[in-house]
Design a protein. Structure first.
Length: 157
């Protein structure tokens, strides 16, 4: 009989440089720029950038379920050497040029256990603050997405 539990030794093969390069290449090949009005991209270093949205500073949304953990809901288990969207933009545009205001967040239900509960609860943080920050920015990077889940939770949406 084949065991449904993978060999623990396989964990050492996750996130190897060759896998990272293959993932990067797949991402590059799947991006589509529909219109680059006024040569907005690449972002100029002198532009004031607002990064906002529930997935802007989240490793959960970049990894999600069936990656390092089943539900994908335990951020502490994800590699720390990979930046969130917010941190990547700060590195490219300069942290002094980037403002981060989440506006909303996606979280677990209160009192739920880690890794066994999907992150599927939307919570307002301060949408008016994000709107004000957008008015002061040259560029807004809005990071949308969904919480982490596998199986049942995602089957209902």
């Amino acid at each position: 009989m084949i065991s449904p539990v993978p060999d623990a030794a396989l964990k050492s093969k996750i996130g190897l440089p060759a896998s990272q390069q293959a993932s990067l290449q797949a991402a590059r090949e799947s991006m589509t720029l529909l219109k680059n009005a006024n040569n907005l991209l690449p972002l100029a270093k002198d532009r004031k950038v607002l990064v906002t949205g529930p997935t802007a500073d989240s490793l959960l949304s970049l990894n999600n379920g069936w990656s390092y953990v089943w539900q994908g809901s335990e951020e502490s288990l994800y590699p720390k050497d990979r930046p969130t969207i917010r941190r990547a933009i700060e590195a490219k545009a300069g942290a002094a040029n980037v403002t981060y205001v989440p506006g909303t967040k996606i979280t677990r239900p209160a009192g739920s256990t880690a890794n066994n509960t999907p992150t599927e609860v939307e919570a307002e943080v301060d949408i008016p603050a994000a709107v004000r920050a957008a008015g002061a920015a040259d560029v807004v990077v809005l990071c949308l997405g969904e919480g982490s889940y596998t199986g049942d939770a995602g089957e209902h949406y």
